[in-house]
Each structure stands twice: as C-alpha cells, then as structure tokens.
Write a protein that binds this ligand. Structure first.
Ligand SMILES: *Cc1c(COP(=O)(O)O)cnc(C)c1O
Length: 362
C-alpha cells in the first residue's frame, strides 16, 4: 500500500532547532527578548498595524483578550457553535455566557443575520471565527457591531495571513487571537499571539499574562501566568520567515483539489476573501463517515472532521439552540489533507481516491 498521507504535518527544520539551542545556551529561557522580537515581527509580517502580545496558548490569548476588553459575569458574547470548543470556553471562563448563533452555508462562518437576531440587552460582543482560514463576513459584522454598540473579538486561530478586501484578519476587532499550536499554519510549539486595537487593551493583556504585574512585585490586578517562553518565541520567529511560502503552497494545493474533485462539494471562496486553507473542507452530503473510513482503510489517506459535535450540544453547554446550518455542516464536513508537505503524487492520490469513492457511493 502507498505511504500514509497524514491530515496535518508540522514542519520543523534545522533553523528552528538552532534557534532553540541559541536560547538554551543563553540561559534565559522564560519570557524575554525573543518574545518581544516575536511580537513585533508578527505584527509587521501580517501587516496588522497594531501591537501584538504573545501568550502561552491561543486559548489563553482569547481568555485574556476578553478580560482586557472588559467582558465579565452577566455579559453575553455571541459565538458560533461550529468551531473548536476554545471559542466558547474562553467566554465561559470570564463568567460571561456564550450565545450560540448559526453559520452561513457558503463560508462555514457566523451568519451576520443570525448575529443580529441573537443580540439582547446583555450582549457586549461577538466573536466570529475565521474558520479553516477563510475570513468571516467582517464588513457586515463590523457594521452590525457598530449599529448595536457591541465589540468584535476575532478568533483568528486558523487564519494567519487571511484577509478581506485587502484588510488582514486580526486588524478588525478589539483583539484577535492567532493560535501557534503545532497543527496550525505556523507554530511555536504551543503559543498564541493577540493583536490589540488600542493601548488600554494591550496594557491589560500584559498585566493579566504576568500575575497583574508590569513592575515586578507591584501587582495592579489579579492575573495569571500565561507568558510565552523565549524558547517558544524563538521557534515562532523562524516559522514567521516560512509561513508565507507555506500558505502559497496550501493555496496551490487547494486550487488543484478544487479543479479536480468530483462528487463532493468543494469549499467556495467569497469575493474579496483570501483563504489560507488551514483546512480544505468539503461537504459530503451522503455518508461522510463512510467516505472518511474508506479513505483511511482502502487508500491510507488521513482526513479530519472539524467539528463533528457542535459546541451547543457539548456537555458543558447543553443548549437547545436551533442551528440548522451548524448541524448540517457538522454532519457533512470532511477536511482533506492540504498541508504544504503534500507531493504532486499525494494530491493525485487524494483526487483519485475521493472521486472513486464518491462515485461508488452515489
Ligand atoms: C486551535 C484553536 C483555538 C485554540 O488555540 P490553542 O492554541 O490550541 O489554545 C481556538 N479556536 C480555534 C478555532 C482553534 O482552531
């Protein structure tokens, strides 16, 4: 049988290993000059035009971003249900209530109409997710937020380098979180980077990540230890020099799949959107699970389901919301390998396998 094609594959090179070694030799391992440099280089690389604050995970970044934006117990924040649980978890951890709204069928992201219908007098913000690396409908979402006087918080965990009408994701909301987990489009081992809209949010972020201290032992607020280490920042700085080429390769791989796949619904890209294909997610209207199992068992090709259980049905939330597009996406979504390590032969194998199975199943 052909070699296994994994659904995702972090790429770590000699440069990353050398960077880690450089930090280890310096003897300064915790948050220091590498973190500061990484923050500045990240903001510049993605053209965010804002300050960035590095933390130890994307989830921490979301949590601290919400706290720094003033979200507190009793508030409501509108989130998609069709996302990773960190989105709703970060809201719940502040004491606020995540309110689940439905997605649009075209881009798998929050529906502007559903957001507007979910706003109550307790709503303080909305957290769109740029799911799979496709920007949410930020033009419409920003207009709705403006009209109702609520904040926008971006979950850009999967969307490094994505943009809408030339504006990069991460430059829209009060803050935006980028995850640096190993399977994301770039990694620092674990980590998160948060872009912030103003110096007040930035200041609070820096306090909350460091026990509430800016000046040592003069704690100003109750905080956590969510610092990034210089070891992780050194890895991230190297990855930053490579992520542009990787993204281009993801986009080329996606273009090949879209041009050649048959029998499944390929992911559309909205006008004005730059999609960075963290995932290449097709819809399989009939027997998605059977197709995934056959890809694995008959063709040695991995795939993923992001996400098979909508968040509003997870044990901690258990909310009886009526979210038909979310339910449909959860039942139909299948993410095929699109990562930059795929060879032309791998891509051919994926197309041949999916087309053959989809035809046989039809
Ligand atoms: C990965 C991810 C997160 C959380 O990021 P971590 O770095 O794993 O904490 C949040 N939201 C989405 C949509 C993600 O994919």
């Amino acid at each position: 049988m052909n070699d296994f094609i994994p659904p995702a594959k972090p790429i770590i090179g000699d440069e990353e290993r050398e960077a880690v070694d450089r930090v280890m030799r310096s003897g300064m391992l915790a948050q220091g000059p590498e973190v500061k440099a990484f923050e500045e280089e990240f903001a510049a690389h993605f053209g965010l035009g804002r300050a960035c604050v590095a933390v130890n995970s994307g989830t921490s970044g979301q949590h601290l971003g919400l706290l720094s934006s003033g979200v507190k117990a009793g508030d409501e924040v509108i989130v998609p249900s069709f996302t990773f649980a960190a989105t709703a978890n970060s809201v719940a951890l502040t004491g606020a209530t995540p309110v689940f709204a439905d997605i649009d069928a075209d881009d798998f992201c929050l529906s502007p109409a559903a957001i507007e219908a979910s706003i109550t007098e307790r709503t303080v913000g909305v957290m769109p997710v740029h799911l799979y690396g496709h920007p949410a409908k930020m033009d419409q979402i920003m207009a709705i937020a403006d009209k109702h006087g609520i904040q926008v918080f971006e979950d850009a965990a999967q969307a490094h380098g994505a943009s809408l009408d030339g504006t990069p994701v991460g430059a829209f909301g009060s803050f935006a979180m980028f995850s640096l987990y190993p399977t994301k489009n770039m990694t620092s081992g674990e980590g998160g980077m948060v872009s912030v809209a103003n110096s007040d949010i930035e200041h609070l972020m820096r306090l909350y990540r460091n026990q509430g201290m800016e000046k040592q032992y003069h704690n100003e607020v109750v905080g956590l230890n969510n610092r990034m280490t210089d070891i992780h920042a050194a890895i991230g700085r190297v990855q930053l020099t490579k992520v542009g080429a990787w993204t281009k390769q993801r986009q080329e791989n996606a273009a090949f799949l879209t041009a050649n796949l048959e029998g499944v619904v390929t992911p559309p890209v909205s006008e004005g959107a730059v999609h960075v294909y963290h995932q290449y997610t097709v819809r399989v209207p009939h027997d998605r699970d059977g197709l995934a199992a056959a890809l694995r068992e008959e063709h040695n090709i991995g795939s993923g389901m992001f996400y098979p259980v909508p968040n509003h049905r997870l044990t901690p939330f258990q909310i009886g919301a009526d979210l038909p597009e979310t339910e449909r996406a959860a039942a139909e979504c299948l993410s095929l390998p699109v990562h930059p390590s795929l060879s032309d032969h791998d891509l051919e194998r994926i197309v041949t396998a999916v087309n053959g199975l989809a035809k046989a199943g039809a």
